[in-house]
Each structure stands twice: as structure tokens, then as C-alpha cells.
Design a protein around this ligand. Structure first.
Ligand SMILES: *Cc1c(COP(=O)(O)O)cnc(C)c1O
Length: 369
């Protein structure tokens, strides 16, 4: 890579890693988001600092553990925090691999820019992820469909209560061994169309920031309380256009070989899974359109049979069929109410590329070692 900055990440030996027996027990059935590995990456930023990485310095790969924060740390007051979500997969030959990590690095910096946070050199982001995953490779769960979920994030830790962008930040990468999101195959989920909105034009809907998730918890709780699995958000201005789920993008599949996904108008998170599926769909000969799609049209097309499938997609659960949609105006079923054929074939294609059983013709897979 041209002009690569000096990527020196200092290693701090772990004084007491989890024992073999405890680690094996923890990853036997890890579920999602509760088991964590031994190590983490930590890199600090100070506005005045002028080193080989600009304001970034003190990059370490060391033991994962609590961090101390001053009570006035600005993230605790004004929520300058962004994150990424990615996975290390195991290829069929046993090598670990990342899927399009450069896209996560680039999106991280777009989120940073929107939250008035400093950019992190993209090769430093990717190198950090690689090093910590390799350091904790023994944590890879042997379960079918297992992966290591990777959570890079950054927050403001200057202690100052004035309202302005902080001058100090911390970037961390932690790892969480994960099982198959759905234990036995992928069921179709039932979704609730919320009266709440997730993102307004000009807001932070296209940035991966914790604040968006804080705002989605009440609507998601409402969906759960009504017996549904996920929430669907409509646009804030007209309350008419389907945008996305709380943390997954949506695709609509029609009987004439057309597939629609809502366009990125600043209020939708630009999913890497979404972008990959657009590419794969087009290669497969589908007419994939980024087009606004209304809740009324969704209901009408499901009723007429023109719409045959709907699925949601994202790194955590890959591709998930939507079988039932409910909202203030009643509910409707899509197709048979179960996972459709296109949903299954797109899921298999994507998972196949990620696991190395289908040829990676796009250079999406980065092997680790
Ligand atoms: C992360 C995220 C997605 C999915 O993005 P991927 O890159 O495909 O994992 C979709 N919607 C929201 C709100 C998200 O935060």
C-alpha cells in the first residue's frame, strides 16, 4: 500500500488469559454478544498530538478489561460514539477471513465525520482488527455457523462539559465469539411497523452511532410487547416510505425478477450486506432497483401476489426472511409466510462466499494467515 503509515501496535502480554477449559466451555454454545475474548486493541487520540499517525498514538494490543473514564467524559453527556460490526469467518480450509473489512473502515470514517470525530487511518483500522482476531484465534467457536463478532468503536473521552467536539478520543476493538444467529435454520420473522421514526432527513440515520440505537429501543420494545421479532421504520417526513429495521436493511422480491431496496437518502444505514446483495442480485440477472417503496404498496403487492418475498440483511443475522407485517392498520402475510426461494438462495450465495465454498470473484474475502 502506498504511503502506509507506521502501523506499530505495541503488544502487552496478558498476565492471566482464560484457561483452556474455561474458554472451551464459553465457546461451546456462545449465543450472541455475551462471551468476550482475552484481548483488545486500544488507540488514543489527542488533538494536539503530532506523531506518525497524526493525533493517534499509544496503539496497543493487550488484555481486555475495564477502562476508566472521568465523570465529565464527553461521551457520557453528548454521546459522541460510533461503532462498526463485522465478523471473522472460517473458510472451508480452516483459515480465518474477514469480509470486505475496508468497507467497514471507510464507513467508520464517514460516521466519524458526521459525529464531528477524527478519522482513523483505514489501514490502521483493518490492521487492528486483523491483529486482535489473530491474537484470539483460539476463541473461534467450533459450532456450525460460528464466527467471531468484531466490534470496533470510538468515543469522546475528554472531560469537559461545554458543547463542542471533544479533543480526545479512544478507539477500541473487542471480540465476541458468536454462534449461528438462528439455532436451527432461518425462520421468517414477524415485524411491527412503528409509529416512531428512527432517522430524520439531515440527522444521523446514515451514521453507525450508538445514539440511533438508544432511540430505537422503545420502538423495538413495543414490537416485542406486541409479539413481533423486529421493528420496521418508515420515513420521518411523510411516514409512508419503508426505510429499514432497527439494525438491518430491507429487500423486496417480485414475481417478475425485480428486487427493490430503499435508496440511501441519508436516513438509512448503508449496509455492506445490502451493497453485496445488490451486486450479487444483478450478477444473477435480477433487476435490482434502489427505489422508494411505500407501506401501502407493500401491503397491496403482498395481497396481489406480485410481491413474493421480503428479507432483511445485515452482518449479525446475514439474510432473514420477513413473513408477517403488522401495524396500526392491521397485518398482512408475505408469500407463504415462510422463507422464500430467493431469500434462501441469496443467503446461501453470500454465506458460501464468506465461508470459501463459493468462489470469491470480487476480492471481498481477506484471509488472515
Ligand atoms: C449495521 C447496520 C445495518 C447493517 O449493516 P451491515 O454492514 O450489512 O452489517 C443496517 N442498519 C443499521 C441501522 C445498522 O446499524
Amino acid at each position: 500500500m502506498a504511503n502506509a503509515p507506521a502501523l506499530s501496535i505495541e503488544r502487552i502480554a496478558h498476565p492471566a488469559p482464560v484457561s483452556d477449559a474455561d474458554r472451551k466451555a464459553a465457546i461451546a454454545d456462545p449465543g450472541f454478544g455475551t462471551v468476550f475474548t482475552d484481548h483488545m486493541i486500544s488507540i488514543d487520540y489527542d488533538e494536539g498530538h503530532d506523531g506518525p499517525l497524526g493525533g493517534w498514538h499509544s496503539a496497543t494490543l493487550g488484555p481486555r478489561g475495564p477502562i476508566s473514564l472521568d465523570p465529565a467524559a464527553s461521551v457520557l453527556h453528548y454521546a459522541q460514539e460510533i461503532f462498526e460490526g463485522m465478523k471473522a469467518y472460517k473458510l472451508s480450509d480452516g483459515t480465518m477471513a474477514l469480509f470486505r473489512p475496508g468497507e467497514n473502515a471507510a464507513r467508520f470514517n464517514r460516521s466519524a465525520a458526521r459525529l464531528a470525530m477524527p478519522a482513523l487511518p483505514e489501514d490502521l483500522f483493518v490492521e487492528s482488527v486483523k491483529q486482535v482476531v489473530l491474537a484470539d484465534k483460539e476463541w473461534f467457536p467450533g459450532v456450525e455457523g460460528g464466527s467471531i463478532y468484531i466490534r470496533p468503536f470510538m468515543f469522546a473521552n475528554e472531560h469537559f462539559l461545554g458543547v463542542r467536539p471533544a479533543k480526545k478520543y479512544k478507539f477500541l476493538v473487542i471480540l465476541s465469539p458468536a454462534g449461528n444467529y438462528f439455532k436451527s435454520g432461518a425462520p421468517a420473522v414477524s415485524v411491527w411497523v412503528s409509529e416512531y421514526t428512527r432517522a430524520a432527513p439531515g440527522g444521523t440515520g446514515d451514521a453507525k452511532c450508538g445514539g440511533n440505537y438508544a432511540a430505537s429501543l422503545v420502538p423495538t420494545g413495543e414490537a416485542f410487547a406486541k409479539g413481533h421479532d423486529q421493528v420496521v421504520f418508515l420515513d420521518a417526513a411523510e411516514h409512508k416510505w419503508v426505510e429499514e429495521l432497527g439494525g438491518m436493511n430491507l429487500f423486496f422480491v417480485f414475481d417478475d425478477g425485480t428486487m427493490i431496496t430503499p435508496p440511501l437518502r441519508g436516513t438509512i444505514l448503508p449496509g455492506i450486506t445490502r451493497e453485496s446483495i445488490i451486486t450479487l442480485g444483478r450478477e444473477q440477472g435480477l433487476d435490482v432497483r434502489e427505489e422508494m417503496y411505500s407501506i401501502d404498496q407493500w401491503r397491496d403487492d403482498a395481497a396481489s401476489g406480485k410481491l413474493v418475498e421480503t428479507f432483511a440483511c445485515g452482518t449479525a443475522a446475514v439474510v432473514t426472511a420477513v413473513g408477517k407485517v403488522a401495524g396500526r392498520d392491521g397485518e398482512f402475510t408475505i408469500g407463504t409466510g415462510g422463507p422464500g426461494q430467493m431469500t434462501s438462495s441469496i443467503r446461501e450465495k453470500l454465506v458460501g462466499i464468506q465461508r470459501g465454498t463459493i468462489e470469491d470473484t470480487h476480492g471481498w474475502v481477506t484471509r488472515l494467515g
